[in-house]
Each structure stands twice: as C-alpha cells, then as structure tokens.
Design a protein around this ligand. Structure first.
Ligand SMILES: [Fe+2]
Length: 273
C-alpha cells in the first residue's frame, strides 16, 4: 500500500484526538500498512515524556508554534530536525506547549535507519534563502528555498519554499505539471491558488507520482514546508496544454475514500480588516 492522494485539506477541519498526558494529534495522511505518516502533534504546557530505549521509526519534526526540548536540543519556532529510525526515543518536554509537524517514516525503511541516515538539527530561521535554482516556468512565483534534508539514496528532499506576493503571471493560462516522485506540502503562512481552491495557512496535500497538478499562483505570497518522497531532486514534466490561472477557483478537494465529511468543509479565516 502507498499513501493516498489528498489535495488539499485545511487542517483546521481535522479533529484533534487526545492521547496520554494530554498530547493531541491530527493524522493528515498515512500509509495504512506502515508507520509512514504525516501528523500534527500538540504538546500541552507542562508536557513531559522520558527517553525510552525502545527504537522508534525515523521522524522529521518542524516546530509550528511554541518551544519543546527534544533530547538535549531546545527547539524553538521553525526548528527542524531528523531523528533516524532504530535509535532510542529521546525525551520530550515543554514548559509552555508546542505544536509540531511530524513526518514519520516507515519503520524498517532502510534509508531512514541510524546506520545510514544522519541526524539533522537546523534552526531554520538562521539559514540563508537560496534563490538560485528555480524552474523558469515557475518564475512568476519568485521562489526562494532552504533545503533542510537530502535523504540517502535519492530517497527524499525536505525543504522550505517561499514565494513573494504578486506571484501571478501576465499570461491567462499556464501549463500543468507532473512528477515521477511524490510531493507533500504544509502551508505555514500566506496563500496559494490551485485548481482545487485557495490553500491558506494550515493547508496540506500529499500527491503520489504522476498526478497532473497546477498551475499555482499566489496573490499574497506563501511560506511552505515541502517534501519530495522518492527523489532528492524535483523533476517536473510540463504539459503541452495550458490551464486557466486558478484565481477564484471554488474549493474542490481530492480526498481519500473514508475521509470524514468535515475535512471537505470550505474554510475561511477571520477577517483581517
Ligand atoms: Fe509539483
């Protein structure tokens, strides 16, 4: 089994499930036959869990809000890390609470185990943006990126992607894209139009290989964390036909079978003005 296509859900519409010690979780997408999953964990103020010497599946984490100690590392806003699989489970503790995005790898995935995959700890706000390598067909988005992790054996790249406001082309139509690898995105801030609607903060998608998608444009700019499972380098095949610029598209998500109805609700933030 593989992970299902979801494009896209506003994670505000996904209910929390509350577990031990008040730890709340939202599972956004998962392979039903392995531990491979993406979830949001909300650690309540005062949460503390000791280190355990049972092995955990590999995990990437990204702090969305608050601050949490993972082992000896104090992780503040937008701290990113990779904990290889098969190693001990580190202690976690937070005084004031934290919300953390987790990319959990499949247990036993040889590319994520401690003997091949290196531990990563990055305070991403201190990294410089790389504006050097974007695809000319995405020029209208005025992109910048911070590469956080390149997996062994071309297994997955994790990166932050930002686009400037006014990321809209002069053309009224643009080509669509496909990839041979998966693509996964969580919207940290800003917004981006897609044919499936307007992705706002908290939007999430997981796209298996060979799904035709886009075009994407952004009126207000955006800041995302993305992954490309199955590849360290994004390779895009552009369609010959073009599609209309999706500004104004109604929310029309592609959701896996069995998804709760609440996930498909249109979502609007509180007014800014
Ligand atoms: Fe893409």
């Amino acid at each position: 089994m593989a992970r299902p296509h979801i494009e896209f859900v506003q994670t505000q519409n996904v209910d929390w499930s509350i577990g031990a010690n008040g730890l709340a979780e939202k599972v956004l997408n998962a392979d039903p036959q392995s531990t491979d999953a993406t979830l949001i964990l909300r650690y309540p103020a005062g949460y503390s869990a000791p280190a355990r010497n049972d092995a955990m599946p590999a995990e990437e984490y990204f702090v969305l809000e608050g601050s949490i100690a993972i082992g000896s590392r104090i992780c503040g806003l937008h701290a990113y890390g990779f904990l290889p699989g098969g190693a001990d489970t580190p202690a976690r503790a937070t005084k004031d609470g934290a919300t953390v995005l987790i990319f959990r790898h499949a247990e036993g995935d040889t590319n994520s185990l401690a003997d091949i995959a290196e531990r990563v700890e990055i305070d991403t706000p201190n990294m410089p943006w790389d504006v050097s390598t974007y695809d000319p067909k995405l020029n209208h988005l005025r992109l910048a990126r911070k590469v956080l992790r390149l997996g062994p054996n071309d297994s997955c790249r994790t990166f932050l992607l930002a686009g400037m406001p006014h990321g809209t082309p002069e053309d009224s139509e643009l080509p669509a894209e496909t990839h041979d690898h998966c693509e996964e995105m969580f919207m940290i801030s800003g917004s981006m139009w897609a044919p499936e609607g307007l992705m706002q903060p908290g939007a999430y998608f997981f796209r298996p290989p060979n799904i035709v998608h886009g075009p994407h444009v952004s009126e207000y700019g955006f800041f995302q964390i993305m992954r490309s499972p199955m590849a360290n380098r994004i390779v895009t095949h552009w369609s010959d036909e073009t599609r209309p610029i999706p500004i104004g598209s109604a929310y029309a998500p592609i959701l896996p079978e069995g998804t709760p109805e609440s996930w498909a609700r249109p979502w609007s933030p509180a007014p800014n003005f």
